[in-house]
Design a protein. Structure first.
Length: 119
């Protein structure tokens, strides 16, 4: 599952980098139980969900501010471009509806949850 949030200043030029990192991060166990395999290596599937709330600023008060999140029109363009490039990998890529309120249920077969930033 990829929760994709974009912030002010992000552009489509970042999408190839983020897709490449996402597809090739070695976060799945190999036969020895070491994280040496990527989603490409295992032929996995990817679900991409837009998630502006990743840029919540909770430093002041009790109500989160989303001032750092990118405006919806621009964020949707990046979301669509990210998915488009991701599909070029040949893996099965599913996506949510941008801006929709969704009820998501998934099993996190962790201990791995990663925040991937471009800076």
């Amino acid at each position: 599952m990829v929760l994709l949030g974009t912030k002010h200043g992000d552009s489509e030029e970042l999408c190839p980098y983020l897709v490449d990192k996402t597809l090739n991060l070695r976060i799945f166990d190999d036969q020895d139980g070491k994280m040496n395999r990527s989603v490409m290596d295992i032929g996995g599937e990817i679900m991409v969900i837009s998630q502006f709330t990743l840029y919540a600023d909770c430093r002041k008060g009790r109500r989160p501010s989303w001032n750092n999140a990118q405006e919806p029109t621009e964020a949707e363009k990046l979301y669509d471009r990210f998915i488009e490039i991701m599909k070029e990998s040949g893996l099965t890529v599913r996506s949510g509806s941008f801006g929709a309120r969704m009820d998501l249920r998934f099993n996190n077969c962790g201990p791995v949850t990663i925040t991937l930033e471009h800076e």
